[in-house]
Design a binder for this molecule. Structure first.
Ligand code: FES
Ligand SMILES: [Fe+2]
Length: 398
């Protein structure tokens, strides 16, 4: 279960000259048309993918304080997080053990006391999930509070990113890291603070989102501003070796061939100017690249730039609707020094690109409903889409 990702050399200095074209050599069929809208297939994907894998929820910064809580929905499963008095983040199904009411109503907040109280008949649970009090005048002799703790959900905090897994047999979290986490190891992800959050409901199946993410064939016509900042995207590729003739341009250091941002561009903002100091552990190659990506399938990608990072969470709302939530992450010092205009230069750029992708994905979804469309075909540059399809097929196979 791995995307066909190989490290992308930013320029000739790190090319050995022995690598070959990364693209597909054969015309591969896409996933079937119905897999993008059939409710039965969607149900199977929830059960075999979203209820089995680790799902990114948010950056730890939004549940940092003791007794802070946040509510989430994965598929049709409501869960909530709460940070206990010792600082451990815990996860529970949002279901009372009395008669099943939802417990957590607000999206997020901070508990005023040390109990989670059901809004229906007011049973109270400790932050560790133990049932500590009922409100009945009498209890049956065979009733034992110890038998009715909240249903726990596995939670992991990895480098300041909160993941949950609904399975009782959670796999290794790192198994889901499709694009190596070493790509972002020089960024201080765990120390960053959330500067802005943006939510969008996309009118497409969740797989359409990831397919779009995994190719740049659409870039010149869908993302003119992005292609201006990242010239190689204007060639409908996202890395040097995605072009069949890449070896012919080894000596061309123009970013259109070597990758990296346009001349004068330093960060992903509306005008290419950074909004804060560069992270001090980045290598020259990482600075030149302009953007580095980390993907944890099926729920998040993280984009890393010289002065900020952005997480984009992907969760299906139904067979033909997908929610994306972006969090922009900055050092506290950048947030303190940044003007509202600076913040807007960053967020406007990301939102512009995500809106463009959302519109293209909605258009894609409309066409996929045709009963004539059994499947499509992948072109050579779409090798990461093929990798994604293989991952989906494998996940659904057992
Ligand atoms: S359903 Fe929660 S206390 Fe009754
Ligand atoms: Fe795009």
């Amino acid at each position: 279960m791995s995307l066909q990702q190989k490290p992308t050399p930013p320029n000739r200095r790190v090319l050995s000259g022995t690598e070959d074209f990364d693209g597909l050599r054969e015309a591969h069929p896409t996933l079937s048309g119905p897999s993008y809208w059939d409710p039965e297939i969607y149900k199977m994907e929830l059960e075999r993918i979203f209820y089995r894998h680790w799902i990114f929820l948010c950056h730890s910064d939004s549940v940092a304080e003791t007794r802070a809580f946040r509510r989430f929905t994965i598929g049709n499963q409501g869960i909530f997080l709460v940070r206990d008095e010792d600082g451990t983040l815990r996860g529970f199904h949002n279901t009372c053990r009395h008669r099943g009411s939802a417990l957590c109503v607000e999206e997020q907040g901070r508990l005023t006391g040390r109990a989670i109280r059901c809004p229906y008949h007011q049973w109270a649970y400790g932050l560790d999930g133990r049932l500590v009090a009922t409100t009945s005048h009498a209890v049956a002799p065979d009733f034992d509070k110890a038998d009715y703790p909240l249903y726990p959900v596995a939670v992991r905090e990895w480098r300041g990113c909160v993941f949950a897994c609904l399975s009782d047999n959670a796999p290794d979290l790192e198994e889901g890291f499709e694009r190596g986490s070493d790509r972002i190891e020089h960024w201080p992800l765990e120390d960053l603070k959330i500067g802005h959050v943006w939510r969008k409901v996309m009118d497409c199946n969740w797989k359409v989102f990831w397919e779009n993410f995994n190719e740049c064939l659409h870039c010149p016509n869908i993302h003119p501003e992005l292609c201006d900042l990242v010239p190689i995207y204007g060639r409908r590729i996202s890395s040097v070796r995605d072009a069949a003739d890449w070896q012919d341009h080894l000596d061309d250091m123009h970013p259109r061939y070597a990758g990296g941002l346009r001349e004068g561009g330093e960060s992903w903002t509306m005008d290419g100017r950074p909004v804060g100091a560069k992270f001090d552990r980045l290598t020259e190659a990482e600075l030149q690249r302009g953007q580095s990506y980390f993907v944890s399938m099926p729920s998040v990608f993280i984009a890393a730039h010289r002065d900020y990072m952005r997480t984009v969470r992907v969760l299906p709302l139904g067979p033909e609707q997908t929610e994306i939530v972006a969090e922009w992450l900055f050092p506290q010092a950048t947030l303190d020094a940044m003007t509202p205009e600076d913040l807007k230069r960053v967020t406007d750029f990301g939102i512009l690109v995500m809106q463009q992708d959302g519109d293209a994905s909605a258009l894609n979804q409309q066409g996929l409903r045709s009963h004539k469309y059994e499947h499509g075909v992948l072109m050579p540059e779409e090798h990461w889409v093929k990798g994604f399809h293989d991952w989906v097929r494998e996940a659904l196979a057992d």
